[in-house]
Design a protein around this ligand. Sequence first.
Ligand code: G6P
Length: 603
Amino acid sequence: MCGIVGYTGKQQATPILLDGLSRLEYRGYDSSGIAVGSGNGIEVVKAKGRLAELYKRTGDRPEGTVGIGHTRWATHGAPDDANAHPHYSQDRTFAVVHNGIIENYLELRAFLSERGFTFLSETDTEIVPMLLEYYYNGNMLETIIKTRNKLKGSYALGILHAGDGGAFYALRKDSPLVIGLGEGENFIASDMPAVLTHTRRFIIPDEKEIAVITPNGVTVYNRNQEEIEKEIFVSDMSAADAEKDGFAHFMLKEIYEQPGAVKKTIHDRITPDGIRLDRVRLNGAEIDKVCIAACGSAYHAGEVGKYFIEKYARLPVETDLASEFRYRDPILSKNCLTVIVSQSGETADSLAALREAKRRGSRVLAIVNVVDSSIAREADDVLYTRAGPEIAVATTKGYTTQLAVLYLLGLQLAKDRGTVSDREYDALLGALKTLPEQLNRFIDDVNAQAQYLAGKYYPASDAYFIGRGCDWSAALEGALKLKEISYIHAEAYAAGELKHGTISLIEKNSLVLGIATQNDLREKTLSNIKEVRSRGAAVIGISDNPASIAAECDDVIALPETHAALTPVFTAAALQLFAYYVAAARGGDIDKPRNLAKSVTVE
Ligand code: G6P
């Protein structure tokens, strides 16, 4: 989704803004632009398409030491030059970048049109600089407050005003924004990696607070216009975390980082006395239902969590897409634990689901990767996934570390409720402890096979991923990985459901990936594999017992022996690599697939 960066200091702003924008590319965008302030007013340069277009148009200009920049992911209006940000006010004394959606923009546009303002774009954003111009009374704080009070919806805003020297302004509501603190220079950004080469010290403004940023300081005002002290957060990420490190793509680097990320996520949470879930206040015995709400891959992680928690903690688990949960009038109570899973911690629907759950009296536990993100801050409790920055749009280590936390959570609930035998508990903990090392070896081993299979199957136009139980959950994630980066149409089906319609699509050479890791379901899945193969499908089987399915498959990916409940981690790694090499063979933009955004901050 849209990315924001801002700078003020002694250096030329343009190269710093362009560098910041390049580090935000991963969020997904289709146009970009910068606005730079100098004694000559504000100059805006913007361009449709990739950042390279903006580089071409800027060269070394505009000159000036204060500025704001933006990568836009189109929502209101096509991705073109006119709709790209920053947007000027009519008299060009203001320029604004925005992430989010101003829901009442049509009403405000009419209000401003009646007062003589003419709009040059179709965006919801353009009303903001126009309102600033309309309300401007010489006092920027009052002007921003009057403007802010008119806005409904979500926003992170960077505001530049001509004639304010090195100052610029920022505020947010329901959209992410951080303020980076340097020496004689300061920054804003949608997320920390964008400015990590300059600083690791950050202020995170709360909702509707207004920040005035100058080279020598940052002043933050609360809703009542009072100056407030903000805590400084020192990030432990390094700029190198956001570099490719010799890998061809961030996605491949992040696939390889999974063993380390999983290890970091679990190692100090498994102690000689059992599981220790940070400071989470959790008593499984008092919980009567778990609701998991999330989007995309995080939702798929929740599906794996559902099978695990139901099996071991014997608690009913409902899983919802966060975009559905918030509107389905869910039945929640204080004994229901709502779990929100999110890599970014900023996904608009997941954040709204969290608020809905709290409003209905449920306790909310967030499983989040980005420290101090909105979801982390608003949840009652948070368990971080410690995957480090994830840059590729298609999540990999974000997902597997979510699985790791869900396993720990499920096991702790089971222990609290006395629903797991000591033997089973120890077996699962033992398997979890060896998971990182096993995953490391597996990724090394399966990489060459994934390349070989990709070389064989990359021309496929459709792919069907089938499995039962947690293999079905793993199939959902496998299909998503393949379709999002290779653009091959891919679907996941519960293996037993295939014959209720979808099997009519199977013909000679249709590609089917059959996942069969669960002993009690293996024979059933094998029957479903036979059904598609007898209709001409080419089948890649995935199993921890490859011999049991080899005869019915064209190729088999062998998973290592592990506890049956943990196989989705290995299935995920194999299918990530398969998707990656298929996409590479087809020539897609692997780290930034078309139309997708890493952090979906609009509904
Ligand atoms: C986007 C990303 C997905 C991610 C989903 C949820 O669609 O491209 O990879 O799974 O959002 O994001 P979250 O940050 O909440 O996990």
